[in-house]
Design a protein around this ligand. Structure first.
Ligand code: FAD
Length: 385
């Protein structure tokens, strides 16, 4: 069996490694010549970590992950701790730890594990068609690829999604802007072994440790879409949005490098239940685009990859049947993740400030039990318990 994989991001490469591991021939086509991930880092939760472990990258991932042992929320004016707890009960109950990792390093790990020379960079698919017994992909440069199955891991702006769904989808603006980047760990800003989040005014500032003594930081601010802001204005913008916030936040703003700070207007797509058509499967953001509020978009792509590979490997009724089983296992799961993230997004970002204020009050009496139990439920919904 030969699989054509469109997209060399987290989803496409996880799928390529998974299929290869299951003895399926793969061809990976990536539109750009050099992948530049949209964010600085990503938290891989234990459900995603287990997928990468299954794909043979356990030790490598451990080298990339930051030592995130604790989690804390702080109020925004004085930086006083509202709650702080260990992540260990979560780790013990799900059997694996989370790893915040720099995206470029994750991307390199995936590329190297698949084989850099085997990825066809600079190949943008324009359209696809099925024929009796196979599927063809047509590329902008005139190249045509033929396979038994096609995996569309071409991201949130997927050109293959309309083929599968039979209609276009709209991206929905989630109502906030996210700035993110990496800085050297500074313990006067936050402890180096903790996921620290300052909250107030429907905004947040968060820091997570990644390997190499670095913090992955992000700032979220509810804002209208399309403001004329970019890297050249980032310090002034953050200084304005976070005026009056605690000293560690001011220090973080003064420390960041605008040239490597990303500014992203956060979107998702209304979940849909159809992930496959014939011999074509959507995977990763192509099949489910979520806000990053529970840090599960990339993890879900890794889950998709494992489930799809196993479905294709273990089925003897043919590709179409295997893909339908993949859809059956994934559609509810990914819909649930997108909607959970949307709900979290609204509470965090003050869609209704009364609800957001109640959440701040809850944080002051949080022991960790409630937060960790929500995470545990999400994590244990993955395919590898
Ligand atoms: P992409 O990463 O978008 O990759 C798609 C690839 O396909 C790209 O390389 C693109 O160039 C290529 N492509 C596109 N069109 C074509 C074409 N026509 N032909 C060929 N190739 C094509 N997830 C987590 O799990 N944890 C987190 O902490 C987390 N934090 C996030 C923070 C932010 C700010 C954002 C925006 C997202 C976050 N996510 C997180 C989500 C995660 O980044 C995505 O879910 C993940 O990157 C999706 O991977 P993908 O491979 O499906 O898509």
């Amino acid at each position: 069996m030969k699989a054509i994989i469109i997209g060399g991001g987290i989803g496409g490469l996880s799928a390529a490694i998974a299929l290869k591991r299951c003895g399926i021939t793969t061809e990976v086509y990536e539109a750009v010549k050099e992948i530049k991930p949209v964010g600085a880092a990503i938290s891989i939760w234990p459900n995603g970590v287990k997928c990468l472990n299954w794909l043979g990258m356990k030790e490598q991932l451990q080298q990339l992950g930051g030592p995130m042992e604790f989690m804390a929320y702080k109020e925004f004016v004085h930086g006083q701790t509202m709650t702080r707890f260990s992540l260990d009960p979560l780790i013990q109950s799900v059997g694996e730890r989370p790893y915040p990792v720099a995206r470029a390093e994750l991307q390199d790990m995936l590329i190297d594990n698949y084989g850099r020379a085997d990825i066809q960079f600079g190949k943008r698919v324009a359209r696809i068609e099925e024929f009796d017994g196979g599927v063809r992909a047509y590329f902008d440069d005139g190249h045509v690829a033929v396979g038994d199955v096609l995996i569309a891991a071409d991201g949130t702006h997927s050109v293959i999604r309309p083929y599968v769904l039979g209609h276009q989808t709209e991206r929905r603006y989630a109502g906030y802007v996210n700035w993110n980047g990496l800085v050297e760990i500074d313990e006067t800003i936050a402890p180096g072994n903790q996921w620290t989040t300052f909250v107030g005014e429907g905004k947040r500032v968060s820091l997570m440790p990644v390997a190499g003594n670095r913090f992955y930081f992000f700032f979220d601010v509810p804002l209208e879409k399309g403001l004329p802001e970019d890297r050249s204005t980032v310090k002034a913008d953050l200084t304005r949005y976070f005026a009056g916030w605690a000293e560690p936040v001011q220090k973080l703003i003064s420390t960041i490098n605008p040239d490597t700070t990303n500014r992203i207007e956060i979107h998702d797509i209304e979940p849909f239940m159809q992930l496959v058509r014939g011999r074509v499967a959507l995977l990763g953001d192509a099949g489910h685009s979520t806000t990053p509020d529970i840090g599960q978009g990339g993890c879900a792509a890794m889950e998709d990859a494992v489930v799809l590979a196993v479905a294709l490997q273990t089925n003897s009724l043919g590709v179409e049947d295997a893909l339908l089983r993949y859809q059956g296992k994934r559609a509810y799961r990914v819909k649930d993740l997108v909607l959970k993230a949307r709900k979290r997004c609204d509470v965090t970002h003050g869609k209704d400030m009364a609800i957001t204020h109640s959440w701040y009050e809850e944080l002051k009496v949080e022991t960790g039990e409630r937060v960790l139990s929500g995470m545990r439920e999400t994590i244990l919904g993955g395919p590898l318990e």
